[in-house]
Ligand binder design. Structure first.
Ligand SMILES: Cc1cc2nc3c(=O)[nH]c(=O)nc-3n(C[C@H](O)[C@H](O)[C@H](O)COP(=O)(O)O)c2cc1C
Length: 215
């Protein structure tokens, strides 16, 4: 089945980004496996996201309380609404996401803070929080100099993959797959082995996701 895929670029390193290299290979595989599929990229580093200033944030609280946003921030909120609608228009979102100081790069966090808005990405009712991204799939290509993937020593320091999974769950995306790319620092042979393992995981994931569902 064809799908629309968005690549959210979490690293500012362009062509040199290792997570980006693996994400691009993975996306090429997904597109090749399902004819008619298309892929777009979104680079938070150049997307011109509106700044979440004090007055813009007052608009968020106005929306939560069911009021209109103030006139002075109306155009910022129109931009935010477009960013959320754009994100939610895709079937699959692939994030290339390096670990930065145990978390994620700040521009990716800015994108997440921009699009996680009440009434747009989630809804709060008496029944609780409802994520409006339900039914979508997310794939994380998670890179790091240290190999602190879940289950390994030091994994308690992980605020990268665990944060991404928690946030995606909050907006209703529970079909989440992770390709680990680590360690990316150390002897060249260790880094090359990490790259080879990540490419192999990406290919295996593409094969798995592209298998026709059983009837
Ligand atoms: C500002 C900064 C902070 C970093 N912090 C960590 C860290 O806490 N843990 C880690 O394992 N690697 C850390 N790294 C290394 C990157 O995660 C690693 O080089 C990764 O492979 C970069 O992915 P990329 O090539 O896609 O940008 C950091 C790199 C930078 C630039």
């Amino acid at each position: 089945m064809s799908q629309r895929i968005l690549h959210v670029i979490g690293s500012p390193r362009g062509e040199r980004s290792r997570s980006g290299m693996v994400a691009r290979r993975l996306i090429d595989g997904l597109v090749a496996a399902s004819p008619g599929s298309t892929a777009e990229t979104l680079d938070p580093y150049s997307a011109g996201l509106p700044a979440l200033t004090g007055p813009v944030i007052e608009g968020r609280y106005a929306l939560i309380e069911g009021r209109d946003v103030a006139d002075e921030v109306r155009s910022a909120w129109a931009q935010i609404g477009e960013a959320v609608a754009h994100f939610l228009s895709f079937d699959t979102v692939v994030f290339s996401v390096p670990m930065w100081n145990f978390g994620i790069p700040w521009q990716l966090k800015q994108y997440i803070d921009t699009i996680t808005q009440p009434g747009m990405a989630f809804r709060v009712s008496e029944a609780g929080v409802e994520g409006l991204g339900a039914g979508k799939r997310a794939i994380l290509v998670a890179s790091g100099a240290l190999d602190i993937r879940p289950g390994s020593p030091g994994a308690e320091l992980d605020h990268q993959v665990r944060f991404m999974q928690a946030w995606l769950g909050f907006i209703g995306i529970t079909d989440v797959h992770v390709v680990h790319l680590r360690p990316t620092y150390g002897p060249p042979e260790a880094v090359e082995a990490a790259m080879a393992e990540a490419y192999a995981s990406a290919e295996a994931l593409v094969a798995d996701l592209s298998r026709a569902p059983r009837v």
